[in-house]
Design a binder for this molecule. Sequence first.
Ligand code: FES
Ligand SMILES: [Fe+2]
Length: 406
Amino acid sequence: MDLSMIREAIARQRPGWSLEQMFYIDPVYYQFEQRSWLARQWYTLAHASELPDVGSFIVRDLLGESLIVVRDSERIVRAYYNVCRHRGSRVCTVDGRAGAFVCPYHSWSYRLDGSLRSAPAMSPDTDFKELGLHPAPVREVGGVILGSLRGNPQDIDAVEVAAEAMLQYHGIPGARIAARRSYPTRANWKLVMENFMECYHCYPAHPEYCSTMKHVEVLARKASPEAAESYEREMERWFREDADPDSPVAPRKSTYTDAMKQHTSRAPIGGSRQTQSQDGKPVATLMGRQRKFDGGMGVFSVRPFAFLALLNDHAVMFQFLPAGPEQTDVHISWLVDQAAKPADVDVERMVWLWDVTTVQDKAIVELNAQGIRSCAYQPGPYSLLEPGPAALIQGYLRELEAGWAA
Ligand code: FES
Ligand SMILES: [Fe+2]
């Protein structure tokens, strides 16, 4: 891999403009960023309900690696590389529940804490202590299981402090998954995330989203100070008059300045809507400790890849998983309160908005990727309505450079 070429390319990118073609399509660049940057980010691996019991485990792919994620005997969530310490076989192939992991090849077995428990016919001087499964960073924050390959677990301490109360308030730790859909997208992760972080495209691409999110419609049409001011006025009025005063999150005006970090906010959907359904009426029972339908939408994210939208009666958990130079796996899980019975939940009305919107996003992002493959593609300038992608790309380049300096 010619690192000097990549280094020069990073230094050459123009702030406020999209990147040169190779950042979006080149397998060599992807290999480089996978090791140097993607491996340090945090991703939503699962919801807590996917590991309900001691010994519950799931097998998940992350950046080309296979991880075993398990709830151990202390109910702590742990993750291990799914690679046997004998001769490297996959240890688990399907989700399940067990007291130990047994490799299918020669039956080495591992405890839930990853340590080697038994290995038949090994010489007496075999040191079992040095042959445990290799751990991967993982943390459960308010019911959201966040994982990484080389992320610093201390970064998640700050996330936990900031977000735990909000996720508890919304009932996320005890929620259950009522629906789950996947949207594999043939595009580099940057195109998927750039698109997710701006609403410049909302008006042309998402009629359903704009008809539901009234304030976004105002902002997406025109980047004017008047539109922004009217939004701020409505937000302040909502917090004063309508919002549940018990909600732990205060309004935040600027939501796009720290594109790489944890973010929590709460704002009204608008238009007197109670939730993100087509008619604005509830699709399930209230979640968590919320006591009334105040029409608010909370956001919890660890940017750029982990994102939850928190409505009064359901939550939408997005998983964005880079899966190759031109492939990103997008999964959405819709969560409802643990006490909500199946008859209390109208699944089709609940999934309507984000299903139709994500199908649209997949289509426009794949068209974007097709255009970028052309010899005629050149970087273009971000608009005033795209501070999210501009900050994402700047932060990404800055961190790549800092990694070099370190
Ligand atoms: S490779 Fe796992 S026991 Fe041999
Ligand atoms: Fe979109």
